[in-house]
Design a protein around this ligand. Sequence first.
Ligand code: IMP
Length: 190
Amino acid sequence: MNTNSKPLNAYGELAGDIREILITSEQIQERIQQIGALISVDYAGKTPILIGVLKGVLFFMADLLRTLTIHVEVDFLAVSSYTPSTRDQGLVRLIKDLDISIENRHVLFVEDIVDTGLTLNYLMRNLRARQPASLEACVLFNKPENRLIHLPLKYVGFDLPNRFIVGYGLDHRERFRNLPFIGLLKPDAL
Ligand code: IMP
C-alpha cells in the first residue's frame, strides 16, 4: 500500500535502500491528529509535561505538539544503550536528564517505538520515582510480538508486526531518520 503523494524515487539516494513503504507520511499525520485530539480532551486544564527520548522521538514530538489545543510543557531525556547485549536487558544510561521538575505534575511520556518494552519500562520507573501526579505513555509504533514486560500504553498510534522499520525519526545506524514515512530496508542495507 503506497498512498504517499511522492513516489519512492523522489527520495533520491535514500530510495535505493528502501524495500517498501509500510506507513505513509499521510497515514502517520492522520493518526497523530487523532491521538492529539484525545490528549487535548484527557488533559484539558492540567498543563501536562510531555517527555521524549532523543533522538528518535524528534518528529513525533514536533508533530504531536502541533496538534494539541491545550497548554503543555516539553522536556527531553537522552539515553545511551551500553552495548547491543546489555540493551537486550533493558540497561540504558541517562546521558541527558530533564531540565524541569516533574514532581506533582501530570507527565505524558512520548515514545516513538516500543519493542521488548525494556527501555520504556526502565524510563517509566525512573520517572515514577520522581513522584509525578500522573504518568502515562503515548507510543506511535508498537511492536507487541517481542514484548518482554507488560506495559500499559495509554495512547498507541500503530500496532506493527515484528519487523525492523526506519524513517520518521527511527534509524538504522543513525541513518534514515529523515524519511517522512515508515519503510522497510532492503536486506543488503541492513
Ligand atoms: P525496546 O526493545 O522496547 O527496549 O526498544 C529499544 C529501542 O530499540 C527503541 O527505543 C528503538 O530505539 C529501537 N528499536 C526497536 N525496534 C526498532 C525498529 O524497528 N526500528 C528502529 N529502532 C528500533
